[in-house]
Design a protein around this ligand. Sequence first.
Ligand code: NAP
Length: 247
Amino acid sequence: MTLENQTCVVTGASRGIGRGIAEEFGRRGANVVVNYRSSEARAHEVVDTIEDAGGKAVPLQADVSDFDQVEAMAEDTREVFGSADVLVNNAGITIDKKFENMTKEDWETVMQVNLGGVYNTTNAYFEDIKDAEEGRLINISSVVGQQGNYGQANYAATKSALFGFTRTLALELASTGSTANCVAPGFVETDMLEEVPERVQQKIIDRIPLNRFATVDDIAGIVRFVASPESSYMTGQILAVNGGMEW
Ligand code: NAP
């Protein structure tokens, strides 16, 4: 499953799942754009890891919720590696509260990053993906977008929205041979999960048939498959990678 000479953009690649995807793409020969918002040192570490393994990568700072910053990142991408073949919309945040305690600001901040960010990046790279030989748009959703989750009304709304968005872009891209798919991880060992209290974490594990949280590599391997030529005939799909949780 080579990604040789493919330009792959991963948003939110300084940590967690995005980092795992970026490093996996690097191992497969891609030219990787490691986007980050504020973790500059960690983004540089990811680039160093990819380069040490013989790959090519560049760190590009942009807050995905800022239209102009994302446009500038897309321009920089084209200057460094040429036009993009693969875009992974991975950057995401949570602000968890019961709905009755959720402020308008809590709602809007999560919308602006998780959904507004997906608009901004997809818009900035859309022509590239469309014109690529077999472009790939990959949106990272969540089992929470499928099941809902106590205290995550804002987050769940953004993650469910990606299903309709992905399906629509799959239809609009189909005549070009490029695809759009969603990967919906279950609960993954990252900083985001660290924010969940331990007693709640145990309750979650009790609901997972495989009886463990996912590692970043569990998700990165699936995303690499979706990015690869082997997935050419799959579009508009939701790949649930959640240890067997029902939805
Ligand atoms: P994480 O460890 O908290 O890392 C988040 C990443 O997103 C960081 O690289 C961060 O950059 C970046 N980011 C956040 N806001 C950004 C913005 N406005 N612009 C650009 N980058 C931004 O999160 P994660 O657990 O890896 O989650 C990654 C994705 O997977 C998210 O979309 C999340 O919803 C989804 N997901 C996670 C889980 C889970 O259990 N962890 C489960 C299902 C789905 P900085 O380091 O610069 O802040």
